[in-house]
Design a protein around this ligand. Structure first.
Ligand code: ADP
Length: 355
């Protein structure tokens, strides 16, 4: 009973926030200047004076002219992984209450997408902290709910899905299928059951290692593919027998930078076109949702098709727009901030529980 009350209280609070703000959040995170950038005398073009209120200023033309952006939260280079997760955790936890959730990191390569989502062993990111939090709360609620949590790790590269937990490479092409109303899955994909944080770390490491296999340059490869972690939660309310099945996607997107002149041929061109296509598809889906269009073009890319259940009217979405503070990256920074502003303009309907 105690936890039912606690859930009811949190839901009420969440719904109040929803009413005020809609169902999509955009957090902006700026990485610190690197040692190299500092060594080169590179200065930051980001003004964090209004960061507490979600305001971000960009000094354009290196001068006093300033363009301002508004987000739900602005993290400065001084904010650490704990600060970032503290703000993301209410959303993450709502997957235990039966909501579908999607969290994705968007931005130019080198701006900290992987740092935010994956983190490092000593400085773990949203992915690990999410599962740690889910276990903690599941344990607190164990007298009222029984939870089963499983994890899949996928990569989308050149519009092809790869299962990063598969022990042997499959010759079969992985495809997305609809399984009942509003539910999509990839038949044959490994769903690893996880019961504690040690198992989680092993699974995340296995996924990360598999990403490197078959690529000459791991960093380059990972900047050109989308890394997608799917957490599935099956919950049973022990008091009334109610069951829910919900899904949380945690996505480290491919770099959003545009093609440079040296990249305009061969494999690199194909990769870049596929990245462009899927990131544009993501933007188009979000715009169609904003326009309350009767057709939402989820199927225009593997990325949006996979995210279909967790991106839209009945689910909750959080975007991290990652930026560099360096003046050299100003063009890409502005383009990422404009994309994020477009996303932030979207108001989804109220979130609905998945049964
Ligand atoms: P991306 O995934 O966007 O290509 P990375 O996550 O690989 O970028 O980050 C690029 C570099 O910047 C890495 O060395 C990373 O450790 C560092 N970095 C990114 N964000 C932060 C941060 N907030 N604090 C400290 N270092 C960071």
């Amino acid at each position: 009973i105690k936890y039912s009350l606690e859930i009811a209280k949190r839901k009420k609070l969440y719904n109040q926030v929803l009413e005020a703000k809609g169902n999509i959040r955009v957090f902006c995170r700026c990485r610190p200047l690197s040692k190299e950038e500092v060594g080169n005398g590179c200065a930051s073009v980001v003004d964090f004076d209004g960061a507490k209120d979600g305001d971000l200023g960009i000094l354009t033309n290196g001068g006093p002219a300033k363009k301002t952006f508004k987000f739900d939260r602005v993290f400065t280079p001084k904010d650490d992984q704990v600060d970032v997760f503290a703000d993301a955790s209410p959303l993450v936890v709502s997957v235990l209450d039966g909501y579908n959730v999607c969290i994705f990191a968007y931005g130019q390569t080198g701006t900290g997408k992987t740092f935010t989502m994956e983190g490092t062993e000593r400085n773990r990111g949203v992915n690990y902290r999410t599962l740690e939090e889910l276990f903690k709360i599941a344990n607190e609620r164990k007298e009222t709910f029984s939870y089963q949590i499983s994890v899949s790790v996928l990569e989308v590269y050149n519009e092809q899905i790869r299962d990063l937990l598969a022990t042997s490479p499959s010759s079969k092409k992985l495809e997305i299928r609809q399984a009942g109303e509003g539910s999509h899955h990839v038949p044959g994909i490994v769903e690893a059951k996880v019961e504690n944080t040690k198992q989680v770390w092993d699974v995340l490491q296995a996924g990360s290692n598999a990403r490197a296999v078959g690529s000459n340059n791991v960093n380059e490869h990972s900047s050109r593919s989308h890394c997608m972690l799917c957490i599935m939660v099956r919950a049973r309310n022990l008091m009334n027998g109610e069951c829910t099945k919900s899904k949380l996607w945690l996505v480290d997107l491919a770099g959003s930078e545009r093609l440079t002149k040296t990249d305009v041929q061969g494999d690199r061109l194909k990769e870049a076109q596929n990245i462009n296509r899927s990131l544009s598809a993501l933007g188009d889906v979000i715009s169609a949702l904003a326009a309350k269009s009767s057709h939402i073009p989820y199927r225009n890319s593997k990325l949006t098709h996979l995210l279909q259940d967790s991106l839209g009217g009945e689910s909750k979405t959080l975007m991290f727009v990652q930026i560099s503070p360096s003046g050299h990256d100003l063009g890409e920074t502005m383009s990422s901030l404009n994309f994020a502003t477009r996303v932030r303009g979207v108001e989804f309907g109220p979130a609905k529980k998945q049964i």
